[in-house]
Design a protein around this ligand. Structure first.
Ligand code: EPU
Length: 337
């Protein structure tokens, strides 16, 4: 198995941060993964998937395993549904496009999300009213030290808003190798309630959208707001949208009557972090090569050669200001390494 030494990770993280991995192995099969894990029992490992939800702030003085196992199989099929199992190293958007091409419905709203399939369950990726948890039936994972395979059913994953068991109870213990989805073959349940999707479809005069229409609408919305990581380094939303108590929200509303919000329940309200950041004057600001995207303030960007710490400093400025101005504590969505 090929080990690469002092390998630059610039191409392996969507922020495009140039740090180095002491040792780097690309894993292309489950058996290779097992062999490596059996040998590296006590050594620290770093598991790298699509690198689309992390900010690297230092060199990784350890063995990095890049999980690139590929393959898509149909495991079960009926008249109405199909169960599709996908290996962790498949590119997420390519997989979604495979589904659209085959008329498998359920993932169209999650088009164009960067990253690999294997890391999608970790943060329960979501966009435009749909989350991975809505269609994922199970995922398979290997325990890093015991090398035992475990199947996590949907309900085992304790999915929440950008959250799962893999970020909590079993954090850092497993490598997800395969994810299975139950998708529709007909009578697709479209989710077009999100304002921007509705507008895009109406604008095109589409009254009975197909899953392809929805996917295309999502792609055009994302392209219009979110920077393409192959051109400008970024990791999508840098922070989670904060959830605050209703009384706190009512107070904020007195000063900011136009504050957007999503009601969660009787006690809590979610507010868009992008709005808070824009109101604080950060949108489009730049410090050297690190900055805040000009069209979506929730996205921090690396214009060229920013270091992870430069991006992190921008995020700290934002957190401080938002706490001061709104008494809201922003939590990062991106993993800081
Ligand atoms: N807004 C502003 N200024 C900004 C950005 C947003 O005022 O610079 C306001 C918008 O006007 C709107 C609200 O904030 O009223 C929400 O904005 P948007 O629809 O762009 O969504 P978001 O809440 O900023 C979330 C997800 C995105 C996902 C979109 C669409 C999180 C942390 N982010 O963003 O996910 O694509 O909704 O569903 O929940 C990601 O996780 O990386 C990601 C891109």
């Amino acid at each position: 198995m090929k080990i690469e030494y002092n390998k630059s990770l610039k191409k392996y993280n969507t922020f495009g941060i140039d740090v180095v991995a002491a040792e780097f192995i690309t894993i292309t099969s489950e058996s290779k993964l097992d062999t490596i894990l059996s040998k590296s029992n006590k050594n620290p490992l770093f598991i790298l998937s699509g690198g689309s939800n992390m900010l690297l702030t230092k060199n990784l003085d350890m063995l990095v395993l890049h999980i690139a196992i590929k393959g898509i199989t149909i495991t079960e099929e009926s008249d109405k549904h199909v169960h599709v199992s996908v290996y962790a190293g498949e590119n997420w958007h390519d997989f979604v496009q495979y589904c659209i091409k085959n008329n498998y419905g359920g993932l169209e709203n999650l088009s164009l999300i960067p990253g690999y399939v294997g890391s999608a369950p970790i943060q329960n990726i979501g966009a435009y009213g749909v989350e991975l948890k809505d269609t994922m039936t199970s995922c398979e994972a290997i325990h890093i030290t015991t090398r035992e395979k475990r199947i996590f059913l949907n309900q085992d994953c304790k999915f929440g808003y950008r959250n799962s068991i893999f970020k909590n109870d079993v954090k850092g213990e497993y490598i997800i190798t395969k994810v299975t989805f139950k998708l529709t073959k007909k009578e697709h349940i479209l989710n077009t309630n999100y304002g921007a999707i509705k507008n895009a479809l109406t604008h095109q005069g589409i009254t009975k959208p197909t899953i392809k229409d929805v996917s295309e609408a999502v792609i055009s919305i994302r392209k219009s707001k979110l920077p393409d990581p192959t051109k400008i380094g970024n990791s999508g939303s840098f922070f989670k949208n904060p959830v605050i108590k209703i009384n706190h929200f009512i107070n904020l509303q007195k000063t900011y009557p136009n504050i957007p919000f999503y009601k969660i329940d009787k006690e809590y309200i979610k507010i868009p972090a992008g709005w808070l950041i824009e109101q604080s004057g950060f949108k489009g600001k730049r410090w050297g090569d690190a900055g805040v995207h000009e069209k979506q303030a929730l996205v921090l960007v690396n214009y060229d050669n920013a270091s992870g710490n430069e991006i992190l400093n921008v995020s700290k400025k934002i957190v401080t200001k938002i706490k001061e101005k709104f008494d809201v504590l922003l939590e990062t969505e991106v993993n800081i390494i």
